[in-house]
Design a binder for this molecule. Sequence first.
Ligand code: PLP
Length: 402
Amino acid sequence: MINETYRRLGEERSVIREIFEYANARKRAIGEENVFDFSLGNPSVPPPAALNDALVQLVRQTPPVALHGYTSAAGAPDVRAAVARYFNEAFGVPLPPELVYMTCGAAASLTIALHALCEAGDEFVVVAPYFPEYRVFIESAGGRVAEAPADARFHLDLSALDRAIGARTKAVLLNSPNNPTGAVYTAQELAALAALLRKKSAARGAPVFLISDEPYRELTYGAPVPQPMTFYEHTIVCYSFSKSLSLAGERIGYLAVSPRCDGAAALFAAVCGAGRALGYVCAPTLFQRVCARFLGESGDVSAYRDNRDLLYGALRSFGFCCTPPEGAFYLFVRSPEASATAFCERAKRYELLLVPSDSFGAGGYARISYCVPRAVIERALPAFGRLAADYGLRGEVCTRAK
Ligand code: PLP
């Protein structure tokens, strides 16, 4: 009668959104200031001040149809040209506008890329832990997920990737700066990965693609964020302005196919076809135009850095084990008991709303999204202290990195 796969997806919802809804219900019940919602990656830092000015100026000065009307399916030509110019200037990649597709955020970029690539029997390798929606996106495109665990610092484990990439692997899906760990992969790691992918492509007799999911590209606390497209020819970049410019609700991003990709034009045609089939044509016109003026920019990253320092320092002093995030705005804390779900349930007693790691492809952790106002973290620290005491943790006793 109806599609049962989609029904199941709709009914179970994502764990993250489930907790977000629970947080909202608790806020209504006991007051907003008494609930510490660390579930969703919903940026609290405002967009750059100039963005509001640009928005107002565009609204006042642009004829309505150029602002609110349809653009070409792949996006407005001048906006695609601006993205291409940005890749040339920022990364030295000779990206032509013809290989840029404007999308509704990274989710659309990823689903389009996956649908464009996936044929029957294909596998997509993800580095675990990973953003839980990857599984939904890959399986909905008809692919199979293959997990390659990250190393002890949540960086790339080349041996694990070597084992995971096989004859059926169509692409590796990478995310740096990373959700949920905050890892930022280095140039050396990307070079080693590129060498591995070339070896695997030769063995397979067809390219193993790299899908680079980059919604946190600008959100780094000092670590350089190398552009994967400069290391590997068969790369598709999936970008979003949701986090960098705090525009998550505007649903705007882009996809770029490397000009060095074998058959780049055919692949881009498949991107357009996938966008068409999925109904992702003509990304929001007003925000295409706004974002074209803010390429490479971000809100105040120092606010996230301050949050990270405050939270990481306090959690360590309470005796929790965690790795300092190098970018994005998530902290992945080790659960003091085997079950991450049990840990998060116990945290709920203190109104601390954390996301258990099981759906991220790694048991035994909780994700704390710290893109919240600093005052929320300040108010939450005593609750984290009580949670630590509940487990009998003592300050700075964790010696493990992970
Ligand atoms: N990829 C990762 C790693 C994310 O963390 C998110 C959102 O949190 C997305 C993709 C989806 O981003 P968007 O909201 O731009 O669709």
